[in-house]
Design a protein around this ligand. Structure first.
Ligand SMILES: [Mn+2]
Length: 143
């Protein structure tokens, strides 16, 4: 299994390739706010673990294994953002909250959160019911 740091890179590389068709070291460094030399180091590590192939001139290509996990990591991030939105977390906190927890949940937990998201999305009345609870709690907290 990739480490949390490897996961961040794989997630970002997958998104870059999906959006632009390629992922350059400079783009990865910019997106992750790290030094290009750190990216080169990590790319070599990911190459060694067979998540991608790094060729000096052709650039960086995800292997089938890297592509599969990259896709799952992006799904996980998006699912957790959707979950945070449904439970009513402030929009301005969502990205950082997801970045903080995504590497620390089992895939079992991710699947169960997927169930919860589905449960709420199936009926608007369920989301309305949750908002009602939240409204009441807010009232109680203010009095
Ligand atoms: Mn993420």
């Amino acid at each position: 299994m990739p480490t949390p740091s490897m996961e961040d890179y794989l997630e970002r590389i997958y998104i870059l390739i999906e959006e632009k068709g390629y992922a350059r070291v400079s783009d990865i460094a910019e997106a992750l706010e790290v030094h290009p030399s750190s990216v080169t180091k990590m790319v070599q590590k990911l190459d060694k673990s067979e998540y991608l192939v790094y060729e000096r001139y052709r650039g960086l290509v995800l292997t089938a294994k890297g592509n599969k996990i990259g896709k799952r990591l992006v799904y996980r991030h998006e699912l957790l953002e959707e979950f945070m939105t449904i439970i009513g977390v402030d929009k301005e906190h969502i990205y950082q909250d997801v970045e903080g927890i995504e590497h620390h949940l089992s895939w079992d937990a991710i699947d169960r959160i997927g169930d919860v998201v589905q449960f709420f999305n199936e009926k608007q009345t369920r989301i309305d019911g949750l908002r009602e609870v939240q409204r009441k709690n807010e009232e109680t907290n203010q009095s």
